[in-house]
Write a protein that binds this ligand. Structure first.
Ligand code: MSP
Length: 520
């Protein structure tokens, strides 16, 4: 549709050296909620995720598994694709960096940088952490008990000495600082923005952007001894998916610069420093915004393979339910902060906020429509102040939610939605339709209609977070599928007084402890 607002957002592409874990599920979940929200809000959305398949780490993992890297990456990449379907993510495309079109895009970016004089040949000698696929300066490292050099991330470093092409990153200090200054929303949350600015102010070395000691990567144009540094290759995925460097690439014209690259805090520097420098160096526009979220711990412990406490997203979904997990991950911590996954806190939220607050509101309201009105949605009479108030609250809420979503404050969006849930529960208690049933059936009908209308709004608002539960709720109210986007907020037309409703069933069951006693 011409003139439609567009929104392009991306997840990091995930290394295929390992099975997907909660960290991967979390980053993509946040993007999924955002993508669904924007679609409901009338945007033409392009939501990209995928896998990062080159580099030493993946090459080593393939060797350890005894299979050739291409077959290895085919298998592991498929696990990520399967997880995305399992989690009900609504990505528009899944990219793999071993695709031909991606080598072409990476080489075109390289060539543009070279033509603009930003790449030169020299020798790299310094420290490299394969786990992070990152170079480190001596003064960033500490010494482990066995004398090994350790990066700030905890990854072991090895000494590398080989011919390498360099990108002239040291010349980008001023342009980057100017760019951050002119685009105050480029890095979020603000604490992360300050970190990046002080890193750049501290001065930067030129960046080694090719390797010669292994071969699993994209070839450097016109120099077959070199492959590109995996981060230069990986970052390019964001424009490969838009058909860069095709002439007249429609997707690129439509969606670049990206509205948001969502990343974890550990990979912010690559996205907020290197990536805009590469793009500006190639004469392309930097993305509009990078959001760095926090990390999860498990019952208070850092998650690590050696501790054996890695959280498998499939397992928690099987235990608690998909929408319950989606809700918990975005409700439990202010988005951007670190958070702790614990059995006690997820059960608490499921039982108090989902089952009690929202689930009960819908169940008791719709059961009364069943019991008192024969399952027919009543036609309302004149509205009184409390009715107008709750309906006004429901209608106005979209503005608050939109503001929070645009700031990636998912927890705040859910908080204000639950403000309406609480107001609606207070409204039922105050209006006491069971009492009205005996005394004033006409007023009872109005109250039940107002409740149904409030629940319709709640169903619409929770769709991005809990798509299947929201659909169940809207089905209970017989809201047509084509009347569930944000254009239908506040319009009463979607609820038809006189419509016959199906018998309500609880949308959010309580979590019973016995369900997991075996597992713990
Ligand atoms: N391949 C790079 C990204 C390239 S993007 C051009 C990469 N891949 S990764 O597989 O390691 O990605 C991990 C993602 O999961 C990162 O966003 C990271 O922050 C996130 N998490 C990894 N462990 C995590 C937690 N324990 N908690 C939350 N997120 C974490 O980096």
């Amino acid at each position: 549709m011409s003139g439609q607002k567009t929104f392009y957002l991306t997840t990091p592409i995930y290394y295929v050296n390992d099975a997907p874990h909660i960290g991967h599920a979390y980053t993509t979940l946040a993007c999924d909620v955002l993508a669904r929200f924007k679609r409901l809000d009338g945007y033409d959305v392009f939501f990209l995720t995928g896998t990062d398949e080159h580099g030493q780490k993946v090459e080593k993992s393939a060797a350890a598994a005894g299979i050739d890297p291409q077959r290895f990456t085919d298998e592991v990449s498929q696990n990520f694709r399967d997880l995305a379907d399992f989690m009900n993510y609504s990505h528009d495309e899944f990219i793999r960096t071993t695709e031909k079109r991606h080598a072409k895009a990476s080489q075109a970016l390289w060539t543009a940088l070279q033509e603009n004089g930003h790449i030169y040949l020299d020798t790299y000698s310094g420290w490299y952490a394969v786990r992070d696929e990152a170079f480190y300066a001596e003064d960033e490292l500490t010494e482990g008990p066995d004398g090994k050099k350790i990066a700030p991330s905890g990854a072991e470093c090895e000494w590398v000495e080989e011919p390498s092409y360099f990108f002239d990153l040291s010349k980008w200090q001023e342009p980057l600082l100017k760019f951050y200054d002119e685009n105050p929303d480029f890095i979020a949350p603000p604490s992360r923005r300050n970190e990046v600015i002080s890193f750049v102010k501290g001065g930067m070395h030129d960046l080694s952007v090719s390797r010669t000691s292994f071969s699993w990567g994209v070839d450097v144009p016109d120099d077959e001894k070199h492959i590109m540094y995996v981060w230069l290759d990986a970052l390019t995925n964001y424009i490969t998916a838009l058909d860069f460097p095709e002439k007249d690439a429609e997707l690129y014209k439509k969606f670049w610069p990206a509205d948001l690259h969502m990343v974890g805090k550990d990979i912010l520097r690559f996205h907020a420093v290197y990536w805009p420098a590469f793009l500006m160096g190639a004469g392309l526009k930097p993305p509009r915004r990078i959001f760095a979220h926090g990390w999860w711990t498990n019952e208070g412990e850092k998650i690590s393979k050696s501790l054996g406490n890695v959280i498998d997203p499939r397992q928690i979904v099987e235990t608690y339910g998909l929408d319950q997990v989606r809700y918990f991950l975005l409700r439990e911590v202010p988005f951007g902060n670190d958070g702790d996954f614990s059995h006690r806190s997820i059960v608490n939220r499921i039982n108090s906020e989902l089952a009690n607050d929202l689930g009960n509101l819908a169940q008791r309201s719709l059961s009364m429509v069943g019991r008192y009105c024969g399952g027919i949605l009543p036609v309302p009479g004149d509205l009184l102040d409390p009715d107008e108030q709750i309906l006004g609250h429901a209608e106005q809420l979209i503005q608050d939610i939109r503001g929070h979503i645009d700031a990636q404050a998912f927890h705040e969006a859910l908080e204000v939605i639950w403000g309406l849930v609480r107001a609606a529960n207070a409204y039922v208690d105050a209006q006491a339709p069971w009492q009205l049933h005996k005394e004033n059936p006409a007023r009872r009908d109005t109250v039940l209609y107002v409740l149904a209308e409030t629940i319709r709004h709640l169903g619409i608002y929770i769709q991005p977070f809990m798509p299947s539960s929201a659909a169940k709720m809207l089905n209970l109210l017989a809201v047509p599928e084509n009347a569930r986007d944000f254009r239908h907020i506040g319009s009463h037309s979607a609820l038809i007084g006189g419509a016959e409703l199906i018998k309500p069933e609880p949308v959010f069951p309580r979590f019973m402890e016995a369900d997991t006693s075996e597992m713990r």
